[in-house]
Design a protein around this ligand. Structure first.
Ligand SMILES: Cc1cc2nc3c(=O)[nH]c(=O)nc-3n(C[C@H](O)[C@H](O)[C@H](O)COP(=O)(O)OP(=O)(O)OC[C@H]3O[C@@H](n4cnc5c(N)ncnc54)[C@H](O)[C@@H]3O)c2cc1C
Length: 804
């Protein structure tokens, strides 16, 4: 075995093999894959090999397409067949909700360049004659996808990697990982120690155990999964073409042809966790005892929907384990605090996703940038809240919903409520319907007295619509209160704080007593944060941003290596907050503070430490609604008293609660984008319009060169808000924006603008088309709706109310 390598990939399943190939392809030929047994011997060897481009996240869909297209490349390079059956895919809907979801997939696919269309059930039956169409109301066909041979594909990656100089050690077990002072690793194996600059954890079923070797607890867990292989089916005999791989949402069944018979699998509601505490060292190429009795009722549904399957015998039952993260997407990227340690694990769809994971990980390792937005599979989307208990509850929930539709207004219930703010009970008593963001409960909307605080899952406007409207109107006409505890909050302190922030952020750092909107760029000039910085003292700053991105931003701060005189810490658990917004908000705040908060004494983007009622707090004049407003931050011990004081002081002013749904509507009426939805690492400062907060005169900040070059050349596309002539549904996200029949952009978020009386969509269009009044079409659940760009905010375009 080699004594050293630039990078060691642990695990020779399909994911490790892909990472090895991509590292070699990017030019890191000195890479070594270590596999404790034979290649494929974890989850990979017994997989059904299905591959498709479907994912709720467009960026992951794109990487899935990349993966499927890659197979021809590695076949050519390696001479090894991947056993491709590129017969496409069918998705069947049995309910209106499922049909809406298929239409949404179609609308999204156009911009992603995927050949996808809604077809009749008769056409669906021509693609797959085993379908009993009486059970369905609609079907989607997509050209991409099919199935491959799991072992052939893994070997093709490895052989292709070898042709590029990579090495593989099989039957070699990694026993421990020890980090040297320079951040490199001593990888101890049962055949000796290898020194490597980087280590990649692609250990699949054992990824958790490899994580333990470096002291981290990855949120990953294995579930048992069954599929059946049938005897030959007479209806398939003599057909020139294989039937198309078919997903049946109502039956929670997937099926495809396997030789003369069929392969049918199900994701049952009460799945079984496999090896919850520790994956056995000696497990490899084994199947688990099947439990057909338990699963029979679910397979029976399949036999009803595809009756020919029930008429033939079962040739084989496969039960094998594979891993999931709590939300079902992979865990990819570097881990905060553990230098040169990377993960590519919890991959539940290795044959659809393995190639894309290899691509982004190799770029990330070589170029310190994944090259595209992969937030939805970034390991940093989970934080400390994803404890083993959380994972043990969320993973089975996700498994049971693998083929259920994720409605945009649906909140999953498992492992909740866990993270609660001190006013959680007060808000639920006021009718709050809660969602969870980074594990923390937050109010989405409030059901008035007499209204049940629940909502039917739908792709269309729900019964919450009139209540959200009332919340928006309260903010625009009197005053509203919104809990901001779920924002990401950070403290940066120390003598070197200003200089460090100045380098990390693209904006000018505010003076003492002021707050500034603060874009953060990657070296390539892409938006990796859209925060605010409040300067409390020359050596003390409070930052606020997207709560979802807390770990993502903490990792970025760690990578930006704060010097010894700078201390950065998350204030997630030490600061709680509310936003007070609306024309009467000043009157309300003034009732509780001794300071003068009149418009001349406490202006927009000013901040002070003061007391509101009983609570010592940080008071800022800022907000996200486009109204006169304040954000108030206090420590959790005072928070309930602060809330009570505000509530009592505001009662006669018409104070109303508002939730996240109303906030989405209010912010879009003002044309404000939101990080994680509209602003993500795919977009640049000029594209997002955040360049107006960039201080290009600063001599040095991360991303400066790229941002300057872009400003000179002009952006290729621009963020815009459009009015949409929608009927009973608003955009959800990632729908294609069409012009003269061609997809020219896509939607990033949307809402109904209750106070302007229009449906609104935010998204990106080519810069040359980003003109006021330019018209487009957006397909909303099959309805082609006219959409018109409005460059001026629809509400208070001059910002007079904000500044009042
Ligand atoms: C029944 C079933 C059907 C499936 N069907 C599909 C499908 O149709 N389509 C699809 O895309 N996916 C499917 N999957 C999921 C798919 O199998 C996984 O996504 C994929 O195999 C994950 O690959 P991996 O490389 O991450 O992990 P693994 O395949 O588990 O590989 C990890 C490797 O790491 C090695 N390793 C672990 N610890 C060490 C150590 N200490 N030292 C050295 N080596 C180590 C292991 O021996 C193993 O070979 C299915 C899974 C099952 C169980």
């Amino acid at each position: 075995m080699k004594a050293s390598a630039r990078a060691i990939v642990i695990g020779g399943g399909v994911v490790g093999a892909s990472v090895l190939y991509h590292l070699a392809k990017i030019g890191w030929s000195d890479v070594l894959l270590i596999e404790k047994s034979e290649l494929t011997s974890g989850s990979t060897w017994h997989a059904a090999g299905g591959m498709h481009t479907f994912n709720g996240e467009a960026n992951i869909s794109r990487l899935q397409k990349y993966t499927i297209d890659l197979y021809r490349e590695i076949e050519a390079l390696s001479g090894q067949s991947c056993g491709l059956h590129a017969n496409g895919g069918l998705m069947l809907a049995a309910t209106q909700g499922e049909l809406d979801s298929l239409k949404l997939i179609c609308s999204r696919a156009r911009y992603l360049g995927m050949e996808t269309e809604m077809i009749s059930l008769d056409e669906a039956q021509r693609f797959n004659p085993l379908i009993d169409t009486r059970h369905f109301i609609g079907a989607l066909w997509r050209a991409d996808g099919g199935h491959c041979d799991p072992a052939g594909t893994t070997h093709a990656y490895v052989k292709a990697a070898r042709t590029l100089g990579a090495s593989v050690e099989r039957f070699t077990r990694v026993l421990s990982l020890a980090q040297r002072r320079d951040g490199s690793w001593d990888v101890a194996t049962d055949k000796g120690t290898v020194h490597a600059e980087h280590v990649v954890n692609c250990a699949g079923l054992w990824a958790r155990e490899i994580g333990h070797m470096v002291g981290i607890e990855l949120p990953v867990l294995a579930m048992e999964h069954h599929y059946l292989l049938t005897e030959d089916i007479p209806e398939l005999a003599g057909r020139a073409q294989e039937i198309v791989n078919t997903t049946d949402y109502a039956g929670e069944i997937y099926m495809r042809q396997e030789r003369g018979g069929a392969l049918i699998g199900t994701y049952e509601p009460h799945g079984i966790v496999w090896s919850p505490l520790k994956t056995p060292d000696d497990f490899s190429m084994q199947l688990l005892p099947d439990d057909f009795e338990r699963l029979a009722p679910y397979f029976e549904v399949g036999f009803e929907h595809f009756p020919a399957l029930g008429r033939v015998g079962i040739r084989k039952v496969i039960n094998g384990p594979f891993t999931f993260a709590p939300d079902g997407n992979p865990l990819v990227g570097p881990v905060r605090g553990v230098k040169n340690f990377w993960v590519g694990c919890a991959v539940m769809a290795g044959f659809s996703q393995g190639g894309g994971i290899g691509l982004v990980l190799s770029r990330w390792m070589a170029e310190n940038d994944p090259g595209q937005d992969i937030i939805s599979m970034d390991v940093a989307r989970f934080g400390a809240f994803a404890t083993p208990k959380y994972t043990s509850i969320k993973v089975p929930e996700n498994y049971s919903r693998r083929f259920r539709l994720a409605y945009p207004n649906e909140e999953l219930t498992a492992a909740r409520p866990v993270r609660r703010s001190p006013i959680y009970e007060r808000l639920t008593a006021a009718g709050a319907v809660m969602g969870a963001n980074f594990g923390l409960e937050h109010a989405l909307w409030f059901a008035p007295e007499g209204v049940v605080p629940t909502e039917t899952p739908t792709y269309r406007r729900s019964e919450a619509f009139p209540f959200v409207r009332a919340e928006c109107q309260a903010v625009r006409t009197t005053v509203g209160i919104y809990e901001t505890t779920n924002y990401g909050k950070y403290e940066v302190t120390g003598r070197g704080a200003r200089a460090w922030l100045d380098r990390v952020f693209a904006c000018r750092i505010p003076k003492v007593g002021c707050l500034r909107l603060a874009p953060m760029l990657s070296p390539a000039g892409r938006i990796i944060g859209d925060l605010s910085i409040a300067c409390l003292a020359e050596d003390r700053y409070m930052l606020a941003g997207s709560g979802f991105a807390e770990e993502f931003h903490m990792r970025w701060f760690w990578q930006a290596e704060p010097p010894a005189d700078v201390f950065v810490r998350s204030a997630a658990a030490t600061l709680t907050g509310v936003s007070i917004a609306g024309p009467r908000s000043r009157e309300l705040v003034q009732r509780l503070v001794r300071d003068d908060v009149s418009s001349s004494a406490f202006r927009l983007f000013h901040v002070k430490e003061t007391a509101l009622g009983f609570a010592p707090c940080i008071l800022t004049r800022a907000g996200f609604t486009g109204e006169l407003g304040y954000e108030i931050w206090a420590t959790p011990d005072y928070f309930a008293s602060l809330y009570d004081d505000i509530w009592n002081a505001g009662r006669d002013l018409g104070l109303q609660h508002f939730g996240g749904r109303a906030l989405s509507s209010l912010r879009l009426e003002k044309g404000y984008g939101s990080f994680n939805k509209d602003f993500r690492p795919d977009y640049t400062a000029c594209e997002t319009g955040l360049d107006r907060f960039v201080d290009f005169a600063k001599p040095d900040f991360v991303g400066r060169d790229a941002a300057l070059a872009e400003r000179k050349a002009g952006p290729k596309r621009r963020f815009v808000v459009m009015e949409v002539e929608a009927r009973d549904a608003d955009v959800i996200g990632y729908e294609s924006i069409m012009k003269n029949g061609a997809a020219v952009g896509y939607v990033t978020s949307g809402a109904y603008g209750h106070c302007v009386g229009k449906s609104l969509a935010a998204g990106y269009v080519p810069a040359a088309l980003a003109r006021d009044g330019e018209r487009f079409e957006i397909d909303i659940l099959g309805d082609v709706c006219a959409a018109t760009i409005r460059l001026e905010p629809l509400h208070d375009s001059k910002g007079l109310r904000l500044r009042s």
